[in-house]
Design a protein around this ligand. Structure first.
Ligand code: FBP
Length: 558
């Protein structure tokens, strides 16, 4: 059995206090798990590629959005066993989702059992699990991390994996599986739900929207959990750095922020801290900005500040920037296809130095892409060649875009005749620092509600649904609980060189109000210093300090 990190018994005062925090529930769920009935909305279609998605999800396609109301129609009399999986990157609040499921399940029937599959989807495939008991659960309430059962990125998609998962569920008499994950993991959840339904296995699958990236959202899912805490953690760190920059007045800090593709994290962090420069990948793509254009713009901003005697500043760079720069996007797509084709190529395998690998790949790429690839520093070339994750994504967290930009901006400044400043830089990458932070009150409440609601969906006999809690900028009492069919969010995308059904990522809308807020202010923030120092997340104190959620959600819901 896989070993999962056990909690240390020594706790800080804050840890002890947080274990006793009682998360809030939406009013409708507070009436109790035995007092709920489901109201069907309209039938749904997928966001794109309807024919392909319908063909793949013959049993699940088209189901309606549902909301919960008070009433006793959903109660299941039989004893239920539920399995839960934490999937993909860590996000603050995962433990509270499990606590919500656990409490709802025990409230429904004390004989109900919750099993945690260990280390991600591989746990259900390999039958690697542990029962989550009351005492074990209580150690993890309101804590950050996924260490209660561990996480992993195994992609559940083959018939063999599904059969093995079914076998595990049969051995444990499991009636339902909850997959807590991002877009890729919930794609897995939908495929598993379709498989179980097609086989008449009698096993339901419910997803829960997790990811610090904030890109698993739509009209029904206002935000994925973890975004609130992670962005507040980064904002604290960025504020500290801005204050250091403004004190020493000698460094430009280039800070890359996690978020894989979408720039929601960078945008939110910018609104919370008001740095001098913020790059937004979606804007780069929309305006078809080349790498040189980006470098020129940044160098211009640096030079203008230098002309005012300010040889310091803070620049935010979204993690996925490189994939949004048109010439890079084209090259990476060509590179992905090439890497998928040469996986077993003897010559490539035999290329045992960095130079040989790069030479080999350059020859395989289309001419214009090869030119882009060879123009990059060797360190970036090698980072681009690193293995894709199991879902076929480039591991952008390993690509040092912040260093690439520093190097190129420095070179550009050296060419600029009027530039008389001094460019001294520091590179940072904030990502892992925020993924396991103790959940903010918002995430603690939201996650607990999502988990409790996931069990309500199970009781309502639904499968292939994502747990949904809405109306999040209002007090929890007024939150709306329900479910969204996973197929509704899907489209077809190329992964590992093949077209696959996947949940469509929600990118930053550059004609939307959140980006506009940045756009309206960034010139002012570039030249003068309007830094905001948000400080650490507060868990106890006045509600306006402890309970407010992100600027993104506030603006979007206004
Ligand atoms: P999820 O989409 O699984 O939530 O993961 C998001 C993320 O945190 C990205 O922001 C980041 O690029 C990636 O995970 C890093 O992955 P890993 O943990 O495998 O290094």
């Amino acid at each position: 059995m896989t070993e999962v990190l056990q909690m240390t018994k020594e706790l800080s005062a804050l840890q002890k206090a947080r274990l006793n925090y009682q998360p809030k529930l939406p009013g409708v769920l507070k009436s109790g798990i035995k007092n709920l009935c489901v109201k069907n909305g309209i039938n749904t279609t997928s966001v794109a590629d309807q024919d392909d998605i319908k063909e793949i999800f013959q049993n699940l396609y088209g189901n309606p959005i549902v909301t919960f109301e008070q009433g006793a129609a959903c109660t299941k009399e039989e004893v239920l066993n539920v399995g839960v999986i934490l999937s993909g990157g860590q996000a603050p609040g995962g433990h509270n989702v499990i606590a919500g499921i656990f409490d709802a399940l025990k409230e429904a029937n004390t004989d109900n059992k919750l099993y945690g599959f260990l280390c991600g989807p591989s746990g259900i495939i390999d039958g690697d699990y542990r029962e989550i008991t009351k005492d074990y659960m209580n150690e993890f309430r309101n804590t950050g991390g996924f260490d209660i059962i561990g996480s992993g990125r195994t992609k559940l998609e083959s018939e063999e994996q599904f059969m093995k998962s079914w076998n595990t569920c049969q051995n444990l008499n499991i009636n339902a599986v909850v997959v807590i994950g991002g877009d890729d993991s919930n794609t897995n959840a939908a495929l598993l739900a379709e498989f179980f339904t097609a086989k008449k296995a009698g096993i339901q699958v419910i997803g829960v929207p997790k990811t610090i990236d904030g890109d698993l959202k739509n009209d029904q899912i206002e935000i994925s959990f973890g975004f609130d805490t992670a962005t507040k953690t980064y904002a604290e760190l960025i504020g500290n750095i801005a204050r250091d920059a403004n004190s020493a007045k000698k460094y430009w800090h280039f800070i890359k922020l996690m978020g894989r593709s979408a720039s929601h994290v960078a945008l939110e962090a910018a609104l919370q801290t008001q740095p001098n420069i913020t790059l937004i990948s979606e804007e780069v793509a929309e305006k078809k900005m080349s790498l040189n254009k980006i470098v020129n713009d940044v160098a211009d901003a640096v030079a203008k500040r230098a002309a005012k005697g300010k040889n310091f500043g803070v620049a935010l760079i979204p993690e996925g920037l490189i994939e949004f720069i048109p010439e890079m996007k084209d090259m990476i797509s060509n590179l992905n296809d090439t890497l998928a084709l040469i996986e077993d190529d003897k010559e490539y395998k035999a290329a045992n130095t960095a130079e040989l690998k790069i030479q080999f790949i350059s020859k395989k790429l289309e001419k214009h892409n090869s030119e882009v690839f060879t123009s990059l520093p060797q360190s970036i070339q090698l980072q681009l060649l690193a293995d894709r994750d199991p879902h076929g994504n480039v591991q952008v967290s390993k690509i040092e875009t912040e260093k690439l930009l520093i190097e190129m901006v420095e070179a550009k400044l050296a060419e600029m005749k009027d530039y008389k400043g001094k460019f001294s830089s520091q590179a940072h990458f904030f990502g892992y620092e925020g993924r396991c932070a103790a959940p903010s009150n918002f995430d603690a409440d939201y996650c607990y509600s999502l988990g409790y609601n996931a069990f309500a969906l199970i009781q309502a006999d639904l499968t292939g649904y994502l747990s949904s809690v809405k109306n999040l900028t209002n007090p929890a009492e007024q939150w709306v609980a329900g479910g969204v069919p996973l197929t509704m969010m899907m489209n077809m995308e190329k992964r590992h060189g093949e077209m696959k059904p996947v949940i469509k990522k929600a990118l930053v809308e550059i004609d939307g109000p959140v980006f506009k807020k940045l756009q309206d202010n960034r010139e002012r923030w570039a030249m003068d210093d309007y830094y905001i120092f948000s400080g650490p997340i507060q868990y106890y104190g006045p509600s306006e300090v402890c309970d407010v959620t992100t600027k993104t959600l506030q603006i979007e819901n206004a």
